[in-house]
Design a protein around this ligand. Sequence first.
Ligand code: FAD
Length: 288
Amino acid sequence: MHPYPFSYHRAASVDDALHLLQEYPDDGKLLAGGHSLLPAMKLRLAQPGHLIDISRLTELRGIKRDGGTVTIGALTTHAEIEASDLLRDACPLLPEAAHVVGDQQVRNRGTIGGVLAHADPAADYPAIVLALDATVVAVGPSGQREIPIGDFFQGFLTTALRPDELLTSIRILAAAPNAGASYQKLANHASGYAVVGIAAVVTVSSGKIATARVGITGAADHAYRATGVEQALTGASPDEPSLKAAAAHAVDGVDLLDDLQAPADYRGQVARNLTRRALQVAVARATG
Ligand SMILES: Cc1cc2nc3c(=O)[nH]c(=O)nc-3n(C[C@H](O)[C@H](O)[C@H](O)COP(=O)(O)OP(=O)(O)OC[C@H]3O[C@@H](n4cnc5c(N)ncnc54)[C@H](O)[C@@H]3O)c2cc1C
């Protein structure tokens, strides 16, 4: 199917993109990798009158480390994340997850900023950035602001970004020496999207789990932190009975998605099993 007619604008800079967003407040849309927006336009689920192409803004690209802080530009592609030695050293969870996003063509074009701004409930990175306790950096007409990831995902395809804002980067802290992490997903065979995806980051200290963060995607209408799992793990022994008991809380209080891909009960069972597996791998890496 063809999209509805639209005008195309190539932004020359971030400021230019912000001006264009202000000029077309009702039907202007940023275009990054185009791998979510263009399919939605072709299916006529989205019909922006003005596409504002930011894909050539080099200032939004790249991965940098400054001491213990890693900054990833919004336009950094999945393939660049997958291939980054800097990330493999500072935050191996991200390249591990990038490797299982879609296929090579999707990874070559899709961007981390596009995934987070789009907030598809089945996308992979939302679970990852929640488990990493990342910070989203956005810029708008009144300047730059930082959004804690816990406040970012607000509902189905809905984030804390304002319509006149542009996501510029994602900041994370480099992994601690006693940390281990893992991403486990059950992928849809056709698209690669997560039916359920679990990201776990744990630290182990003096034979106990000191901290645990678990992000879950695919199970609900937006990604969330599994706080019941995290609370059950904190201070527990990193042994199999503790991990199994904690994983049982993966979908506590969650309104599970129930659709053609998977009924709610099945999603819940998969989420608990994959949480246990993600924790097993994370603990083995933290202690290994
Ligand atoms: C066949 C196929 C398989 C896929 N499989 C997976 C998968 O397994 N896992 C997965 O996670 N994803 C998957 N995707 C989605 C892919 O990762 C997309 O690239 C991603 O969701 C969107 O990134 P993009 O750069 O293409 O964004 P675009 O499509 O360009 O934009 C998406 C939305 O975000 C907005 N936006 C983009 N950048 C910014 C910004 N910097 N600031 C503010 N708003 C912005 C746009 O206005 C638009 O509303 C798949 C896509 C396809 C087509």
